[in-house]
Design a protein around this ligand. Structure first.
Ligand SMILES: Nc1nc2c(c(=O)[nH]1)N[C@H]1C(S)=C(S)[C@@H](COP(=O)(O)O)O[C@H]1N2
Ligand SMILES: [Mo]
Length: 329
């Protein structure tokens, strides 16, 4: 067993009091500013009403699924049952409990545009259906590992993030790709919680973004992506913890500076930029040595793998970097 010294920023599990979750001052102040703006705009909860899409109406992209399997991304473990993967979710826009699937149905996913800006040759507004029809769709079996130490194995359909980067034509000065979720507090009730730094934001280095494992998922289990899983498009970077996997992407920004993510803004000591899966580095509240895998036969405790088992694809990205930095967060 590996014995390691605790670093200054780690606190033992036993000392993890609710105070360790308190939001930082900056996030709260930013939130207060936002509510001031909402009052001025007359858009307080109650005044706003939801823009529903016609539930039951066929998804206009349904004919694109199932996409052809890419056999390079197979798994040696069985898949998580679809019912579980679609009914046990993290999506704070709809609440902090796992059972948000019903509330997430309120989100209208058509029309849907993706704004592309920052350091690009030309800013773009992409329509989701135009995009889906020009991207090379394929299915990949991926592991997904949450920092809360549960994991699933799922079939995503979608396209390599690199294809979208190529379409966006970033300028040479771009070092990071920042992804952000929609802002619709009238349907996503969690966004009325002003102390959170909405919109949900996270990012990758350009080298990570064009790595072949970085995937934009638009389908799940051979069908269009369910709303609770991040429809109409979400990120899948399976060597990183789940919180990097921005759902409901509405904006891509190419930037020279590293973004501060949603969770980093809330609690920087617990959530860093890299978030590479590493069994040897505990999160202050969760050991990462093993994970609870949700399989077809129930929950199984299995050892965590470095980079979630994807070292052959991504270890090279972090060579020469300070290990303590890249292999923690
Ligand atoms: N916009 C947004 N994206 C998000 C989150 C969120 O709260 N909001 N939660 C993240 C976390 S912590 C995880 S583990 C995954 C969960 O994805 P799943 O529910 O499809 O399994 O979504 C990620 N993407
Ligand atoms: Mo997560």
């Amino acid at each position: 067993m590996l014995i390691r010294k605790r670093r200054g920023w780690e606190i033992p599990e036993s000392a993890a009091t609710p105070e360790s979750l308190f939001f930082n001052r900056r996030a709260v102040l930013k939130g207060l500013g936002a509510i001031g703006g909402a009052v001025a705009a007359g858009a307080l909860p109650g005044a706003a009403h939801a823009a529903h899409d016609e539930t039951g109406e066929a998804d206009p992209s349904a004919d694109l699924y199932p996409a052809a399997e890419n056999k390079a991304f197979k798994l040696e473990r069985p898949l998580t049952p679809e019912k579980l993967a679609t009914h046990y979710n993290n999506y704070y826009e709809f609440g902090s409990q796992k059972e948000i699937f019903r509330l997430a149905q309120e989100l209208a996913i058509r029309p849907w545009t993706i704004e592309v800006g920052g350091l690009v040759e030309q800013e773009l507004t992409l329509d989701i259906d135009d995009l889906l029809r020009q991207m090379p769709l394929e299915e990949r079996l991926y592991r997904h590992r949450c920092v809360e130490a549960w994991s699933i194995a799922v079939p995503y359909s979608g396209f390599p993030l690199k294809a979208l980067v190529d379409l966006a034509r970033p300028l040479g000065g771009a070092k990071y790709l920042v992804m952000q979720t929609f802002e619709k507090p009238e349907v996503a009730r969690g966004q009325k919680q002003f102390w959170y730094p909405w919109p949900y934001t996270d990012g990758l280095t350009m080298a990570e973004a064009v790595n072949e494992l970085a995937f934009i998922a638009t389908g799940y289990y051979g069908k269009p992506m369910p709303k609770q899983n991040g429809a109409p498009l979400r990120l899948a970077v399976p060597w990183k913890y789940g919180f990097k996997h921005v759902k409901g992407i509405h904006r891509l920004t190419f930037a020279e500076e590293r973004p501060v993510s949603f969770w980093q803004e809330i609690q920087g000591r617990e959530y860093g930029f890299w978030a590479n899966v590493n069994p040897e580095v505990p999160h202050p509240r969760w050991s990462q040595a093993s994970e609870k895998f949700f399989g077809p036969d129930g929950v199984e405790r299995i050892p965590t793998q470095l980079f979630n088992g994807y070292a052959e694809f991504v270890a090279g990205l972090y060579e020469g970097m300070d290990k303590d930095e890249a292999l923690y967060m």
